[in-house]
Structure formats: C-alpha cells, structure tokens
Design a protein around this ligand. Structure first.
Ligand code: GAL
Ligand code: CA
Length: 347
C-alpha cells in the first residue's frame, strides 16, 4: 500500500510537471512561432488601399523566411462602417493578435480603438487615415504610416504649372490669363483631401499663377461619383473648364470618362490626379491625363511590415529609417508626366 501511494505521488508529480511544461511550450510557441497581424480596411474596394494590401502580402511572402516566426496576415473589410470596424478590432483582440493595423473608417474616431487595444496591450498601427494628434498621444504603442500630403499637392501644382506655361495660348481657353478650374475632393475631413485641396492652389499662387474656382465638391475618392459631378460641371461650365484638379486618380479617371462620353463637346482641360494607380499611368501614356503623383503603396506596406516586426520582436521602432517622433512614418511622392511614365508603367 505504502509503495503504491508513493508511486501514485510520483506519478501525479510527473503528470503535473508534464502539464506545466506543456503550458510553457505552448506559451512560447505562440509568441515565437507565429506573429498574427490583423488589418482592418475602411473599404477593400478602394483601388489605392487594395494596392497597399497586395504589396503587404507580397512583402510578407518575400521576407518571412528571414524571421524565426511564421507571419499570419488577416485582412478584413469594414465596408465604410465604424461599427463593423469596432467589431473587427474586438475580434482581433479576443483572438490574441500581436499587432492590429487600422485603416480608420472615421479618422476622428480613433480613441475607442486605442483604449481597447491599450487595455489588451496590443500595439496598433494606423495607416492612410491619420488620427488627430491628441489621439496619437493617448498611448506609446500606437504608430501611423501614411504619406506627405503637402508634398503631393505641391507636385500636382508643379505638373499643372509646367503644362500651363508650356502653352498658355492653348490652355487659357478664354484668354484672361487665369486658370478657371474645378476641384474634385476626396472624403471630407480626410487629411489628404484637406491638404491636397488647399496646397495645390497655394503652390500655384506662390508661382504667380492666378486661379479662379468654378466649382469644387467631394466625390469621396470614387470614380462613379466623379463621373456624376463632372457631367454636371460640363453642363454648367462647358468649355470654360481649363484645369481639373482631382485629389486622387480614381476620380480623375471618372472625369475623363465624363468628358469622353459627354455630348456637349468640350476641349479637354488639363487633368491631374494623385496615387499613380495603373489605369492613371495608362491614361497619361495615352495623353488623356496630364500627370499624377505617386502615392507610395509599396513604401507604406513596407513601413507597416517593418514596424510590425520591430514591435513584435521588441526592437526599437526609432531605429527604422524615416521614423519621426518615434511613431510616424510618412512616405514621399514622385511626380509622373508623359516624360517619365514609361519607367513606371514597366514596374
Ligand atoms: C488617399 C488616396 C485615395 C484613397 C484614400 C483612402 O491617400 O490618395 O485614393 O485611397 O487615401 O483613404
Ligand atoms: Ca482662363
């Protein structure tokens, strides 16, 4: 009996320790063998956003073998709803994701997400839709990846100025020495819409070019909405439109569609966009569009990847090239016209 009891004690000790080792292994396994990155997108059908997603997938495929851990990417589409996005973040938190990347539906509504992530101690990288500074300062494990909006506006202005000055006779349709323009804006309140709209005009004024606004309105970054707006403006202003500024390429392409399919014949105005999506580069190549400014989807995806890996390996984010204030990475743009479009169409 005594021996049996002793044997039983030893056995249970062994069982307990095996169980404990199992737990430890499992714990280590989870943090070391797999890094789970959850990404919620404001709208998956946004062309530029889907470029960032595709680039991120490629970057992970190319680089995974350099790390000890497997990397899991999980993309979800908030479909323009803050409620959906909140639920998606909750799910990532409940499923113990290591990093959450958030392309905010509403950039003024970051606080709730930050507070939830903070209490679960899961770092958040916002991208493309920048939270206000006050929210960015709520916690030291939040980051932002985006682009240098003012630069995109100034480069867009450069394209217009060069084109205009190359043949004022031709482009100044009413010969008044000023640019009559319409402006297609992105979503209201989006940092890129606000800054691009303001600074492209300011930059042209700085160059001594006078402008007169015929109309401006938001088409929410979308081609369809731009077709509707532009068709309206063609009816209203006809051939008086000398320049179409578009906060992004999708809307610029909508403009071209409206001009091509409109029966009230107008002579093509100067048309410029931002992003450098493939269709826009093709439109530049074929002479339908005058220029765009590349919004670096690859660079932004790479920054998301680098910050994610640094944070999950416990490396300092400050060491990443181009990081500002320890949490911001804003990528520069490149100007594209007929002169250099071939170089970028090849890629
Ligand atoms: C901008 C981009 C737009 C649109 C928007 C979405 O930076 O130029 O095309 O994708 O982000 O937030
Ligand atoms: Ca004019």
């Amino acid at each position: 009996m005594k021996i049996n009891k002793k044997f039983f004690n030893i056995l249970s000790l062994m069982l307990v320790s095996t169980f404990m080792v199992g737990c430890n292994n499992q714990g280590d396994f989870k943090s070391k063998d797999e890094i789970k990155i959850g990404i919620t997108l404001y709208r998956q059908d946004d062309v530029f956003i889907s470029n960032i997603s595709n680039n991120l997938e490629d970057i992970v495929k190319e680089n995974e073998s350099k790390y000890d851990s497997k990397i899991l990417l999980q993309f979800v589409d908030a479909k323009g709803s803050t409620l959906n996005q909140g639920n998606q973040v909750d799910k990532f938190i409940n499923q113990d994701y290591d990093i959450i990347c958030v392309n905010l539906v509403d950039r003024t509504a970051a606080a709730t997400i930050i507070d939830k992530a903070k209490s679960a101690d899961i770092p958040v990288i916002f991208f493309n839709r920048e939270p206000v500074e006050e929210d960015m300062n709520r916690w030291d494990k939040i980051y932002y990846v985006g682009s240098q909006a003012e630069q995109s506006a100034r480069l867009q202005a450069d394209i217009v100025a060069e084109k205009w000055l190359s043949n004022v006779e031709l482009y100044d349709k009413n010969k008044d020495g000023k640019i009559q323009y319409v402006m297609l804006e992105g979503e209201q309140g989006h940092q890129d819409s606000l800054i691009r709209t303001e600074y492209c005009i300011k930059a042209l004024n700085d160059k001594g070019i006078e402008l007169e606004k015929l109309a401006d309105d938001s088409a929410n970054w979308q081609s369809d909405q731009a077709i509707t707006k532009m068709s309206q403006w063609i009816k209203e202003f006809g051939d008086n439109i000398e320049v179409v500024f578009s906060n992004n390429d999708s809307m610029a392409l909508g403009t071209i569609h409206a001009i091509n399919s409109n029966s009230d014949l107008i002579r093509k105005p100067i048309i410029v966009g931002v992003d450098g999506i493939k269709e826009a580069l093709e439109a530049i190549k074929s002479g339908q569009m005058d220029g765009t400014v590349i919004n670096d989807a690859y660079g932004q995806a790479k920054a998301l990847f680098e910050i994610s890996m640094a944070v999950s390996n416990g490396d300092p984010v400050e060491n990443i090239n181009g990081i500002e204030k320890g949490k911001y990475k804003k990528l520069p743009h490149t100007k594209i016209t007929i002169d250099n479009v071939d170089e970028y169409l090849k890629e």
